[in-house]
Write a protein that binds this ligand. Structure first.
Ligand code: NAD
Ligand code: DAU
Length: 349
């Protein structure tokens, strides 16, 4: 039985990956290691907790003793590494948290994986999940390809770029088999409401202001989270050792246009008759070092592995809004306590 460690499987993307693997591959044993930070939530994966081929381990990837213990016990054949501090705004206020988890935590995992398998890496894989933000910012035109130079601008993207370099360096130096993928902005169910779409959905539900940074002309490429999980599944089984793949939605939106589309869909779903949710939009102080535009050229994964996004954006957005409207308790639970302090600090004038 293949033994696979998923890190960060109680977070947004990790929970979709864990669910996909547990349900699709009953012949694999899936271990989900997660520290359960503010972004980790066992409710995200409650539907798989009783599956025989699944086990949750609460733990920190910075804890080398814990890693030693669990690697010795479960002898993971492969790792799908998603655990990270993932929010750019938090990286601006607390950069060291990002260095610790994203850089040191990744190197700890690499070390433990190397020590466990250094005499025989056959059939083993360290799959590192990364971001398009490592490439920095595009101007009005052009796309990030796998050959684009790294040029990170935020403490978050610098820490992810560093972790990518360490993974590649372990491949070169120790022959550790790896795949890296760099993906664009994900959206969908279970995303913590600090990121643009769930934050704005939550605020519209509660008739609170929608804080658009700067002039709202910043552009992102959006991908439905289940399409990302599917790309990870395909890459994991591809044997493309030592390769990097870009994953994207072929779906660019200026923030302000995206927010207006969200408002329009929510007005219909909430049966708003009098004023549109658009009246909640407020242009606020910009994010320092705000990257103007991300856009992924995902032709390599399309050509090599026949992956392309399957979920049309307006449909994916509608499914996402429905999920939040139908899971108000989930939203309520994650927006109590620490969230309120974060919100006050981040958005007070
Ligand atoms: P998330 O913040 O929703 O979840 C991160 C998870 O990691 C949480 O469950 C958290 O508890 C866990 N974690 C954090 N620190 C840990 C530690 N020290 N030890 C163990 N677990 C820890 O993040 P996400 O949006 O699901 O992103 C997952 C991965 O995908 C990240 O590596 C991120 O860089 C990458 N990524 C995200 C996006 C996106 O749009 N969200 C796009 C491309 C790549
Ligand atoms: O591109 C992939 C990256 O996408 C991932 O690696 C990150 O983990 C993920 O957080 C995301 O980063 P962004 O910074 O692009 O996502 P965020 O949702 O924070 O912001 C999206 C855009 O919306 C960005 O231009 C900033 C803007 N924004 C965001 C927030 C939270 C606002 O205008 N107002 C806000 O309140």
């Amino acid at each position: 039985m293949k033994s696979i460690l998923i890190t960060g499987g109680a977070g947004f993307i990790g929970s979709h990956v864990a669910r996909l693997f547990v349900k699709k591959y009953p012949e694999y044993k899936i271990y989900n290691l997660d520290k359960l930070t503010y972004a980790g939530n066992l409710e995200n994966i409650s539907d798989i907790e009783d599956f025989k081929n699944y086990r949750f381990i609460k733990g920190d990837i910075c804890d080398t003793d814990l890693l030693l213990r669990v690697f010795n016990k479960y002898k993971f054949d492969s790792i799908i590494h998603l655990a990270a501090e993932s929010h750019v705004d938090r990286s601006i206020t607390n950069p060291l948290d990002f260095v610790n988890t994203n850089v040191i935590g990744t190197v700890n995992l690499l070390n433990q994986f190397k020590e466990t398998h250094k005499n025989n890496f056959d059939g083993k894989l360290f799959y590192h999940v990364s971001t398009d933000e490592v490439y920095g910012s595009l101007g009005e035109s052009g796309f990030f390809t796998e050959e684009t130079s790294y040029d990170p601008n935020s403490p978050y993207s610098a820490s992810k770029a560093s972790s990518d370099h360490f993974v590649r360096a372990y491949g070169e130096t120790y022959g550790l088999p790896y795949i890296i993928s760099n993906c664009s902005n994900n959206y969908g169910p279970h995303q913590f409401p600090e990121k643009l779409l769930p934050l704005f959905i939550h605020n519209i539900i509660n008739s609170r202001p929608l804080p658009v940074y700067g002039d709202g002309t910043y552009t992102r490429d959006w991908l439905y989270v289940k399409d990302h999980a599917c790309a990870i599944d395909i890459l994991f089984h591809s044997n493309k050792i030592g390769h990097t793949y870009n994953i994207g939605g072929f779906n660019e939106w200026k923030n302000i246009d995206l927010v207006k589309e969200l408002c329009a869909q929510m007005d219909i779903k909430l049966k708003k008759k009098e004023s549109s949710s658009e009246s909640l939009i407020e242009f606020v102080k910009d994010r320092p070092g705000h990257d103007l535009r991300y856009a992924i050229d995902a032709s390599k994964i399309k050509k090599d592995l026949n992956w392309k996004p399957s979920v049309n954006f307006k449909k994916g957005l509608s499914l996402t809004i429905d999920w939040y409207l139908n899971n108000k308790n989930w939203l309520k639970n994650v927006t109590s306590g620490e969230y309120r302090n974060y919100y006050k600090k981040q958005y007070s004038a």
